[in-house]
Each structure stands twice: as structure tokens, then as C-alpha cells.
Ligand binder design. Structure first.
Ligand code: SF4
Length: 66
């Protein structure tokens, strides 16, 4: 699974960073960014939780094969 944060939706709440800091971090502007090219299998549950709890629905999954 690969991920991206929609910059038009992210409001910088940081819930994703708190839930899964190995995958999400903050840009210099205070918005979220994805730190990894692909999500390690052992973090998939935390990422799913981050996606579901993002207040702005800003976290999207992308299939690298598409
Ligand atoms: S939880 Fe959503 S809105 Fe908040 S920082 Fe993460 S991606 Fe942005």
C-alpha cells in the first residue's frame, strides 16, 4: 500500500502523526506528509486507523501499479 496526504484537505491536526509517527510526519508548514514510499505490513493497522480517524478525510491510498 502506498499513501498520500491531500494538501487541499489536510488541516494539520496531527492525529495521523500521533497514531503512526513511523509513517506520518509534519512538513515545515505544519501539514502532514507521508514519510515512507510503501507502508510496512506491520504498520498497516495503524495506517488504517489514521485514515479512518482523519477529521478531514485527507489521507488517501494509492495502488502503485495504477
Ligand atoms: S489527521 Fe488528517 S488533517 Fe490531521 S494532520 Fe493528519 S492528514 Fe492532516
Amino acid at each position: 500500500m502506498s499513501l498520500f496526504v491531500d494538501p487541499d484537505r489536510c488541516a494539520g491536526h496531527g492525529a495521523c502523526v500521533a497514531t503512526c509517527p513511523a509513517v506520518f510526519g509534519f512538513t515545515d508548514d505544519g501539514f502532514a506528509e507521508v514519510l515512507v514510499a510503501t507502508v510496512p505490513d506491520d504498520l498497516a493497522g495503524f495506517v488504517d486507523q489514521s485514515i479512518r480517524h482523519c477529521p478531514e478525510q485527507a489521507i488517501r491510498t494509492a495502488d502503485p501499479a495504477e
